[in-house]
Each structure stands twice: as structure tokens, then as C-alpha cells.
Design a protein around this ligand. Structure first.
Ligand code: SF4
Ligand code: SF4
Length: 256
């Protein structure tokens, strides 16, 4: 409850939702600004005047959702970190949420982070699609996050998680966390896909260590029996060789 812990109730959020038909058409701003305070940078920042001019600086901002194209330019000027953009049309499975972020280090594009709700609770993994920040870091950064579609109205912050420490593929340095993300979020289901995306099985061990572990993860997360999985093709050489060995026919020991 806002006056007590600063967390808006579902009713508070509903009152700030763009109309469903506008949400269905693409990215649009969501102004989660609930209290009357003397503040108005958002009304000056929007190049399309989608956040309407205020007669009194204490007004709560009002939005013309038809003018907003979801660019996100307003997000970094809001001192209350109250502006977000939500795009429910991002993909079949995911929505895009653009949100303000004022911590360092910034996450990297492609990194998987924890999506947090308005209470700061971790609710889902989220993938960083874009980081918008000035070189001098003199403005609030805006992070574009791909989240599961049903989390679009939940995720309003992120936590950069330390990189997983359980390495599944030692040759290509791929962690359990990365494999879990591919299966749970990207919908990857086969060893061949994982090999192509992460190079697991293409290093010197040729998958002897990692592929059975990955097959076990596919079974754990999707229920697919390892015996029913197609195993990727192994291509010789199975250990690194110098070109001279191949050209001259010498022994690997002699060339080492
Ligand atoms: S997202 Fe872009 S168009 Fe929409 S209100 Fe913000 S600045 Fe204006
Ligand atoms: S800049 Fe942010 S805090 Fe200030 S009125 Fe606009 S939305 Fe509210």
C-alpha cells in the first residue's frame, strides 16, 4: 500500500494501465506516478507531447496514449523512476519492458538478469535487449528487458546476478545458468540447438562431458528422456592438431 510501504496495490496499477486496445498495438508508456508532487520534467521530455502539459506543477501527469509511440525518451528524466514502457507485441513468448536503472555496473546486452516486481521480489529471469546510457553516465540509464509475456505488468526493476559458477561445458566455458535460460526462456529443446548456440560439444572433449549433463538438464526441465534425444554429429579431429601434422603426416607427439 503506497502510503505505508510505497508499493502500489493492484487497484493503483489498474488505474495507470493504458487501455487494452492501445497495449495490443505496441509499445506504450506507463506512468506509475501516484502522488501529487511539484514535478513535471516528463511533460517537457516527450517529443510527441504525449504526456500532457500541466496547468499546476503539482498535478499527476496525464497521457494521450494515441500520441505515445513507446520510444522511452521520457524514462531517464523522471526523478521518481516512475516511467516505464511496455510492449506486449515484442514476440510470441516475450514482452519488452523499458525501465530506469541507476546502479553500476550496468548489465550487458544479452545478459540474463533477475526481473524484480514492484516490491523488489525476484519474479522471473529477464534478458537484457538494449542498454541506453550516456558515456558520462550523467543520466539515468534505460534498460530494455525481454520478459515472459505474463510478467510484463510485474517486472519493474532488475537485479544483476553474479555469473553462475557451475560450469557445464569446460571447453567453451558455458554455465548451468546459461543452459537453463536456453531451455526455460528461449524454448530450446535439442542438443543440436544448444551445440549451435553455445558451441557445447565443439571443443576438444567433443561433448563427452557436457552433452550428457545437458541431456540431463533437458530431462529435468522438459521431461524428455535422454535416450530419445538426437545426439549431435561428432566431427574429427577429436583433439586439436597442428596443421603441419595434417599436411606432413607426422605424429602429433613430434609436432607438439
Ligand atoms: S515513451 Fe516516448 S512518446 Fe511515449 S510518453 Fe515517453 S517520450 Fe513520449
Ligand atoms: S517526472 Fe516522474 S515523478 Fe515527476 S511528475 Fe513526471 S512521472 Fe511523476
Amino acid at each position: 500500500m503506497l502510503p505505508v510501504d510505497g508499493i502500489p496495490t493492484p487497484e493503483d496499477i489498474m488505474a495507470k494501465m493504458p487501455p487494452p486496445e492501445r497495449l495490443a498495438r505496441g509499445p506504450v508508456v506507463m506512468v506509475e506516478c501516484f502522488q501529487q508532487i511539484p514535478c513535471d520534467p516528463c511533460t517537457h521530455a516527450c517529443p510527441r507531447q504525449a504526456i500532457l502539459p500541466m496547468k499546476d506543477i503539482n498535478e499527476i501527469p496525464r497521457v494521450d496514449y494515441e500520441k505515445c509511440n513507446g520510444c522511452g525518451q521520457c524514462i531517464s528524466v523522471c526523478p521518481g523512476l516512475a516511467l516505464f514502457v511496455v510492449d506486449l507485441t515484442y514476440s510470441e513468448e516475450e514482452a519488452l519492458v523499458k525501465l530506469p536503472y541507476e546502479f553500476l555496473p550496468l548489465p550487458a546486452e544479452g545478459q540474463v538478469v533477475a526481473g524484480l516486481n514492484r516490491a523488489g521480489e525476484e519474479v522471473c529471469p529477464a534478458r537484457v535487449v538494449k542498454v541506453v546510457a550516456t558515456e558520462k553516465m550523467d543520466k539515468t540509464a534505460v534498460i530494455w528487458l525481454a520478459v515472459p509475456k505474463n510478467m510484463a505488468m510485474e517486472v519493474r526493476h532488475l537485479k544483476v546476478k553474479p555469473r553462475g559458477t557451475t560450469v557445464i561445458c569446460r571447453c567453451e566455458d558455458v554455465t548451468l545458468e546459461e543452459i537453463e535460460h536456453l531451455i526455460k526462456v528461449e524454448g530450446v529443446r535439442t542438443l543440436e540447438e544448444i551445440k549451435r548456440l553455445k558451441r557445447c560439444g565443439m571443443g576438444p572433449c567433443q561433448g563427452r562431458t557436457c552433452l550428457p549433463l545437458i541431456a540431463r538438464e533437458i530431462y529435468r526441465l522438459c521431461g524428455t528422456e535422454p535416450d530419445s534425444l538426437a545426439w549431435p554429429t561428432y566431427r574429427p579431429p577429436v583433439i586439436p592438431l597442428k596443421l603441419g601434422v595434417l599436411a606432413g603426416g607426422g605424429s602429433d607427439d613430434a609436432q607438439a
